[in-house]
Unconditional design. Structure first.
Length: 314
């Protein structure tokens, strides 16, 4: 289903201006179809990593008879004196390079940090949405607005439970995302329809950018990532208003969001260094391999910066 057709179909659900109830959400769910395989595209690659890394099942999602095991990958030789970092991908299942960038980093570079950085990689937080190429889970919830106590999204709750024992030990958290054309043609209109609001169009930026934590922006950290990614793909410019997706650009390729208030994934740790990457896969200047490489470059730059600038422990 193309983005435009999906938008028309979504807008036909319910009554304009009124939030969806259970019947409307069920109608939306009935229109979602499996378009790719989590088992074939993600689990197979995780299995190949088992000889070199520790792979743990941290939860399982069960939706209408379909079961999705959730996996985390750790490099070996964890050192209590070393910094600890979290890498997450696939919080939004449709954002492909987040998943495959995390897996590519694990395969090609995770071992390099053994003994220097304890790294926990969670490559696909939302496998049901990965298969449907969607932003939401089957409850019509956005996991990346659901990282809060008593989360209604099982994907978010499972990740929070995994991370909780290490919450105060993390030095860095890199959450891998994409901004796609379907954000405007499908997902943002669907959100407006679900919530009974009017859809307000935005311009999709052409290029890579970062969302920093407004409460803890760490500008030098963000710029180190931008500099590394700029060697792989182009950085998104500000629009005519000096903004990217409606937020003020505070430095080249960087905007800020309030992680805690919005229930965003990087808010689940107390890490000093946190960021959300945003790759633009629909750019005529970016191929899928380039998008994955941009995610990998961002992760490596983040870890290298954390190593070079360890937070002062009190």
């Amino acid at each position: 289903m193309s983005g435009m057709h999906a938008t028309i179909a979504t807008r036909s659900i319910g009554i304009p201006g009124q939030p969806w109830g259970d019947a409307e959400k069920a109608q939306w769910l009935s229109r979602q179809t499996k378009q790719r395989s989590y088992a074939d595209e993600v689990l197979v690659r995780i299995d190949r990593l088992r000889p070199r890394f520790d792979v743990d099942e941290y939860g399982r999602l069960d939706y209408s008879g379909e079961s999705y095991p959730l996996f985390a990958i750790r490099n070996r030789g964890w050192n209590d004196a070393a910094p600890t970092a979290l890498v997450t991908g696939g919080v939004h299942g449709y954002e492909t390079s987040g998943v495959h960038g995390a897996l590519q980093f694990a395969d090609r570079h995770l071992a390099e940090y053994a003994g220097r950085v304890n790294v926990l990689v969670v490559p696909c937080v939302s496998p049901w949405a990965y298969e449907r190429i969607h932003r939401w889970n089957p409850l019509a919830l956005d996991p990346n607005r659901s990282f809060r106590d008593n989360s209604p999204a099982p994907e978010s709750a499972a990740l929070m439970k995994l991370v909780a024992p290490l919450r105060d030990r993390f030095t860095a958290h890199i959450d891998l995302h994409e901004t796609t054309d379907t954000d405007e043609s499908e997902f943002h209109p669907a959100l407006a329809a679900r919530d009974g609001k009017t859809f307000e169009p935005e311009t999709i930026p052409d290029g890579f950018y970062l969302c920093a934590d407004a409460a803890n922006p760490q500008p030098e950290f963000q710029q180190a990532i931008i500099a590394a990614v700029a060697k792989v793909t182009h950085i998104a410019p500000a629009d005519a208003k000096g903004e990217i997706i409606g937020s003020r650009v505070v430095a080249p390729g960087v905007i800020e969001y309030d992680y805690a208030r919005l229930g965003l994934c990087p808010g689940i740790t107390n890490a000093r260094y946190k960021t959300t990457t945003e790759v633009y896969p629909d750019s005529p200047r970016a191929a899928p391999e380039q998008c994955n490489a941009a995610q990998v470059a961002a992760v490596r730059a983040a870890l290298d910066f954390a190593l070079a600038h360890p937070p002062v422990r009190r």
